[in-house]
Design a protein around this ligand. Structure first.
Ligand code: B12
Length: 234
């Protein structure tokens, strides 16, 4: 079954080049919605070959597609295998886009050291990895601890790498509370004062960040970079 994703685009362009990009964004989103990872990979390659910016491919093609998949899962129209197939497509596309993102931004001076991971009980990794890639492409030294990371591992990594930033990702309402637990553990270990804690993930909000005593919240990878810059400079 084919679904329309036109409605997810807010940008209206009228020149030919933009129309071409828009067409490819629509196809990319559709490939995830249709559960066609091969098409997603081919379209990503095609977009790169046509000179479309990797970040635009993610923001205007892949993410709107994933959002539709998530909505359909939420309403019971899609099932877990649909999520898995879509995530596979997005991850394969990200593997192509990662080096391109890295190559576009080169910074000689390290702006700070971040330890990042998806909290315990949560295996969502795409958004966390995107944030890690964008931070490292923008001059931060990033230690990605992966997914389902136990609280004590965050604390140990802060000590091991002398981190000044911690990034905690949570995609489930049930695992958001682990962000709070990590902050408490950092406090208990006596290292809370040396690190700024950033939280993010689809269900996370600014008010949640404030409630649990995090130093900042960012809704996407680009704002995560701006936030990390601000926090590292504080
Ligand atoms: C792909 C996916 C999966 C994949 C993940 C594969 C992988 N390797 O990552 C699989 C199939 C494994 C999966 C499993 C499950 N999922 Co899931 N999943 C999704 C889906 C469709 C997309 C997530 C995604 O990758 N988005 C794309 C990335 C780029 O966006 P993002 O993660 O939001 O990240 C951005 C920002 O949030 C932010 N950000 C993220 N992390 C951080 C960290 C910091 C520090 C900062 C500053 C910013 C930041 O920046 C990122 C980049 O812009 C979402 C729906 C949705 N739209 O979010 C559901 C969703 C998150 N899943 C959901 C559920 C329920 C589950 C399962 C429980 C299903 C089940 N019955 O088993 C399991 C849980 C498994 C577990 N224990 O973790 C629900 C969560 C509901 C809730 N509110 O709790 C959602 C919302 C779907 C829905 N509508 O119901 N899932």
């Amino acid at each position: 079954m084919v679904y329309s994703v036109i409605s997810v685009y807010s940008v209206v362009n009228d020149n030919k080049e933009s129309n071409m990009s828009e067409e490819i964004y629509t196809k990319l989103a559709q490939s995830l919605i249709d559960g066609d990872p091969d098409a997603c990979v081919e379209l990503t390659k095609q977009a790169l070959a046509e000179g479309v910016e990797p970040l635009a491919i993610i923001r205007q093609g892949l993410m709107p597609g994933m959002n539709v998949v998530g909505e359909k899962f939420g309403t019971g129209e899609y099932f877990l295998p649909d999520l898995i197939i879509a995530a596979d497509g997005m991850q394969q596309a990200m593997a192509l886009l990662d080096p391109e993102l890295q190559a576009r931004q080169q910074s000689v001076e390290s702006l700070g050291t971040m330890v990042i991971g998806t909290v315990k009980g949560d295996i969502h990794e795409i958004g966390k990895s995107l944030v890690a890639t964008m931070l490292s492409a923008n001059g931060f030294k990033v230690h990605d601890l992966g997914v389902d990371v136990p609280t004590e591992k965050f604390v140990a990594a802060v000590n091991e790498y002398g981190a000044n930033l911690v990034g905690l990702s949570a995609l489930l309402t049930t695992t958001m509370t682990m962000q709070k637990q990590v902050i408490a553990a950092l406090q208990e270990a006596g290292v809370r004062g040396q690190v700024k804690v950033m939280v993010g993930g689809a269900p996370v909000t600014r008010s949640w960040a404030e409630e649990i005593g995090a130093d900042g919240y960012a809704e996407d990878a680009m704002s995560a970079v701006a936030l990390a810059r601000k926090l590292a400079g504080d």
